[in-house]
Design a protein around this ligand. Structure first.
Ligand code: RB5
Length: 149
């Protein structure tokens, strides 16, 4: 495991991402990977920002690394996470995108669309994300230009 050497992974979802989050949790537990679940904790309808903001703050402030966020499309969670200056959240629906989000963008939160991928696909995407290093070089220069001053 390349990422998550010392810190727990921050997790968040809304009701539409809950089942996928539970599949991710089952994988993390069997793999012995620490995590902190910022909710939601059931399939009862809820508002994704209520869970994505605390998840983003945990990664931004160094309590957790990396993060994983899931909602129905992934869009709402991704938009919310990326409001935080220190967050580079990447919406990934294929392992290849997750690999490039790490290699090129040094993404620190993986976001997945729970209603559009299977649990098996979610776990494959998660494993690739957690095992891919940032390539640095020209990509370092580019990510340094992302923040709004
Ligand atoms: C919930 O119905 C859905 O809107 C939410 O999970 C997400 O897809 C929003 O971006």
């Amino acid at each position: 495991m390349i990422l998550q050497a010392e810190k727990p992974i921050a997790l968040c979802s809304d009701h539409a991402g809950y089942a996928t989050k539970q599949a991710v949790i089952a994988y993390l537990e069997q793999a012995g990977i620490a995590y902190k679940d910022f909710g939601t904790y059931s399939e009862e309808s809820c508002d994704y920002p209520d869970f994505a903001h605390p998840c983003a703050e945990a990664v931004e402030h160094g309590e957790c690394y990396p993060g994983i966020g899931i909602c129905g499309t992934g869009e709402g969670v991704c938009m919310t996470l990326n409001k935080h200056q220190g967050i580079r959240a990447a919406l990934c629906w294929k392992p290849e995108i997750a690999a490039l989000a790490r290699e090129h963008n040094d993404a620190n939160v993986l976001v997945m669309p729970g209603r559009f991928i299977s649990n098996d696909e979610a776990l494959e995407i998660t494993k690739v994300f957690l095992n891919t290093e940032f390539a640095g070089g020209r990509h370092q220069r580019r990510i340094e230009k992302i923040p709004v001053k």
